[in-house]
Design a protein around this ligand. Structure first.
Ligand code: F6P
Length: 540
């Protein structure tokens, strides 16, 4: 059974939310605090090592109550239960969505082709563990009998962004192996990476769910040729190339040994696949135990999401706030600022997770949608971003709700840096909320020409996610939090979040244009496209 279909804007609770919005839309967050001394306690959630403060938003308790009514009216509970129990909620691809099963601690009674999926997952995890241990310990060696020093993950989209973000985020926990990621079909990417590598000590991991992706196969072919040019022979490929895919046939015909194939399954979407064998580069980089801790953390968040009432449920609250700003305040985008250099790639990862999922304009009945869906997600780490685009968030004309993510304890242990980092982290949310009025300017400034330029309107909404420490577990929880936020928003917007047909047209046209460029056919398109092709050809 698929998810129910219900236009959210036609519900009674949406109507109530609209009226409520008109009542409070101009209210100052700061005034909410003045009116309620316990606001921060009431609008925050302490769960495990997470402290989520959402009190600096343009909401009051009634907003949460009305959203809770909406979630009841659209039966979010039923959708959650279908999500976790493996119903075919990815209806347009006729698939279940079971990335949560990859990290589940309880045996879910779901079969895939007659085989218990829990058993399948366990078997693959054992294979990942054994393989990672043999590479890390050096017991498995390359074709000249040397231990491995470098890993190259070849993949794109979900077969790159998740593993790459996690490997980078957990750099503190890494072992001696150097992990590289090659994704772009731009040959500069692969060539720059290859420059630094020794074929005798490098393991290549080709990750592609479909094993048909142009970028990944081109990079894999280029790397295989390079490997052979550098002195290795065809028979050495089995020692240096492994693959993760659902397409066993295609992987075998690439020349990869059957034992070196790590399976994945159609019930795991690419952008949610880092928990599967797609995450093997994570296990290689930080060891299987840490990979497992990442899964455990995500599993804890799954349980929180599944079993906690909506008003205390972190992914649900963040999802509703996103809808509040997207559909009522008409915000075009939201930013996610992690005050941790380790989380440098977090926003990029979220862009695919969120925008490939919820960038849809057809509802679950196949009708065109007349309300806003999807959120434009962007961000860079703090404090760097403060010195780049924060000007626009503070004083621009757009309202940009922002998530601030920080870790209380530093991994490096330098308290001087940490105090400065966290002071900035906290100060920004205060500054965005409070702003600075004309009357608060220094008296010498008030009368000057520059006075209006120094005014901050404030009332800019933020969520603060303060986590005790960056560990594999807490990172797992954080990623799962956003995965569930995306799910809830897809349910509210009445769309199918787990397909991605929108990426197909460009891929198809690129193949046509490639063939035409190679065969000098540059007259089959519109005037602009033809001229671009001709210009390109004239330079090559
Ligand atoms: O182009 C989009 C996409 O299909 C993503 O959804 C996916 O993560 C990526 O391409 C890579 O696909 P594959 O793992 O099949 O190579």
């Amino acid at each position: 059974m698929s998810l129910k279909s219900q236009n959210p804007t036609k519900t009674t609770s949406w109507e109530k939310l609209k009226n409520h919005f008109n009542e409070i839309k101009d209210h100052k967050i700061l005034d909410f605090f003045n009116e309620n001394k316990l606001r921060s306690e009431e609008l925050s959630i302490r769960w495990n090592d997470f402290y989520v403060d959402y009190s600096k938003n343009r909401i009051n308790k009634k907003t949460i109550k009305l959203f809770s009514e909406l979630l009841d009216e659209i039966d979010l509970k039923d959708s959650i239960s279908k999500y976790f129990s493996g119903e075919l909620i990815n209806k347009t691809e006729n698939r279940a969505v079971l990335h949560t099963a990859l990290r589940s601690k309880v045996n879910i009674d779901i079969k895939d082709n007659g085989v218990d999926i829990h058993k399948k997952i366990k078997d693959v995890n054992n294979k990942i563990k054994e393989f990672s241990n043999s590479i890390i310990s050096g017991s498995k060696k390359g074709y000249t009998d040397k231990s491995f020093t470098d890993i190259v993950n070849i993949g794109i989209g979900g077969s790159d962004l998740g593993p790459s973000m996690v490997v980078d985020s957990l750099k503190f926990y890494k072992n001696h192996l150097n992990t590289h990621f090659v994704s772009n079909v731009d040959g500069d990417h692969v060539n720059e990476v290859l420059k630094t590598l020794n074929p005798e000590t490098t393991l290549f991991v080709i990750v592609s769910k479909t094993f048909t992706t142009q970028e990944t196969l081109s990079n894999a072919n280029t790397i295989r040729s390079w490997f052979l040019e550098k002195g290795a022979e065809n028979k050495d490929i089995t020692k240096h190339f492994i693959a993760v895919s659902t397409n066993i046939e295609k992987v075998s015909s690439f020349g990869i040994d059957k034992n070196n194939i790590f399976p994945m399954w159609n019930w795991v979407g690419g952008r949610f696949s880092l928990w599967s064998a797609v995450g093997i580069s994570i296990s290689l980089s930080v060891g299987f135990d840490n990979f497992n801790k990442l899964l455990n953390g995500a599993s804890e968040m799954d349980v929180h999401f599944k079993d906690t009432k909506f008003e205390e449920n972190i992914p649900v609250i963040l999802a509703c706030l996103g809808v509040w700003y997207n559909n009522f305040f008409k915000c075009e985008s939201e930013s996610v600022i992690a005050y941790s250099q380790y989380l440098n790639q977090f926003a990029t990862y979220l862009q695919q997770a969120s925008m490939e999922s919820n960038g849809k304009s057809i509802d679950r009945d196949g009708n065109e949608i007349d309300y806003s869906t999807g959120q434009i997600v962007w961000g860079e780490p703090g404090t760097n971003s403060q010195h780049a685009f924060f000007q626009l968030i503070h004083q621009g004309t757009k309202l940009i709700p922002t998530d601030f993510i920080g870790f209380a304890k530093s991994l490096h242990g330098n308290i001087d840096h940490q105090n400065k980092l966290i002071s900035n982290f906290i100060a920004q949310t205060e500054a965005l909320m409070k702003g600075k009025s004309l009357s608060e300017l220094e008296s010498s400034e008030k009368a000057s020409f520059t006075a209006p330029f120094k005014v901050f309107k404030g009332n800019k909404p933020t969520n603060t996610i303060l986590i005790n420490k960056l560990t594999p577990e807490s990172l797992g929880k954080l990623i799962a939090l956003y995965e569930h936020k995306i799910f809830v928003q897809g349910v509210i917007w009445n769309i199918f979040s787990y397909d991605q047909f929108g990426v197909e047209l460009g891929k198809k046209l690129a193949n046509t244009i490639l063939e035409e460029i190679e065969n000098n056919l540059t007259n089959n398109h519109d005037n602009s496209t033809n001229n671009l092709m001709k210009h390109y050809k004239s330079l090559n």
